[in-house]
Design a protein around this ligand. Structure first.
Ligand SMILES: CNC(=O)COc1cccc(Nc2cc(Cl)ccn2)c1
Length: 328
């Protein structure tokens, strides 16, 4: 009887020290298991006489019940403690704001290119694209810039392998269009261009250009002004005013540049160049300059974006800095 008492006290004492399910299971096997200490004592009952067996048997059952109850309670305490601990660690605060979903975005150049081309598509122009690697023939000669002409100095050219080059503007594609279709022509050519220039805040060696061309019978300078005025208002707001001033490009005559009134200051901001297609260019593509006239224009989308968004350095566009790109 004493040994049952001692065993029970010791076992309950040990139980109160156990704080994890594995030790608890080891305790259960050692005390209450088929070969456990208590089970061993109760098996020894057979040697006792009737009276003693009844006494010790009752004691044994009480001890077994107490130990099993202790085991049950300890098990509950351990799992509650563990749950409380986990709950603290893995608690989800449902009132927290959701995580923002990272969305992709179009490059600022692409956004402006789309705005520009949309404006002209709405006015009846079609979009065509052409090769970035070009021949001197289309990039210069077809545009009234013959070999050795000083006008070539307006473009620092990147030669792939003379007379093959990286186009310095998108005009060669305009020439390609004209030599392949008869008027009326109304096309917009967006695309990448290249110049052999030191890069600085306003010059990149690779950049985009958008050029337009309209050739038909009876096109006048008024059509040029009206079309570009409408374009400026679509892009920079209907309250915009425009100003045309004389400018020289070898492929047009007369040539102009167009400025808009500054929205935040009292000055004029040049946004593009244009002019009436030079008769030599028309003749060069097989059009009759006596029958057909046309206007053409060109602009730089990065420059437009810089004006529109107040960007101070063109090199931001292609330096792949997400701090810049994420703003668009
Ligand atoms: C960034 N570009 C500018 O400042 C000015 O670009 C311009 C100006 C005037 C005309 C053209 N293009 C053109 C094309 C042909 Cl095929 C015939 C005549 N002209 C581009």
């Amino acid at each position: 009887a004493q040994s049952i008492e001692d065993l029970t006290q010791n076992a309950l004492q040990e139980l109160s020290q156990i704080d994890n399910p594995d030790e608890l299971e080891q305790w259960r096997v050692r005390i209450l298991g088929r070969r456990g200490e208590l089970t061993g004592i109760l098996r020894g009952l057979a040697q006792l006489d009737l009276e003693e067996r009844r006494q010790v048997g009752a004691l044994g059952n009480q001890a077994k019940a107490a130990l099993e109850e202790g085991l049950e309670k300890r098990g509950r305490d351990i799992s509650e403690a563990r749950l409380a601990q986990v709950a603290d660690l893995e608690r989800i605060d449902v009132t927290l704001p959701g995580r923002p979903v990272a969305t992709g975005r179009l490059h600022p150049t692409t956004q402006v290119l789309r705005e520009i081309t949309d404006a002209f598509v709405a006015m009846g122009f079609s979009i065509v694209e052409g090769p970035e690697v070009e021949w001197d023939h289309y990039n210069f000669e077809m545009l009234n810039i013959p070999q050795g002409h000083p006008a070539r100095d307006m473009w620092n050219t990147l030669w792939v392998d003379y007379p093959m080059l990286l186009r310095t503007h998108t005009s060669p594609m305009q020439a390609r269009v004209m030599e392949s279709v008869q008027p009326p022509v109304r096309v917009i050519v967006p695309g990448k261009c290249y110049r052999y220039e030191a890069t600085d805040a306003t010059h990149e060696w690779h950049f985009y250009q958008v050029e337009g061309l309209a050739v038909d019978e009876g096109i006048t300078f008024a059509d040029l002004k009206g079309t570009l005025y409408e374009f400026a208002r679509r892009l920079f707001g209907t309250e915009r005013k425009v100003r045309f001033r004389c400018d020289y490009f070898p492929f047009v005559e007369p040539g102009v540049d167009m400025s808009i009134d500054c929205f935040s200051c009292s000055g004029w901001i040049e946004i593009m160049g244009a002019g009436m297609v030079h008769p030599r260019v028309l003749a060069g593509v097989g059009y009759d300059p006596e029958k057909y006239t046309g206007f053409a224009f060109g602009l730089g989308p990065e420059r437009i974006a810089m004006l529109k968004y107040g960007i101070d350095d063109i090199r931001h566009f292609y330096s792949n800095d997400l701090r810049f790109l994420r703003q668009f």
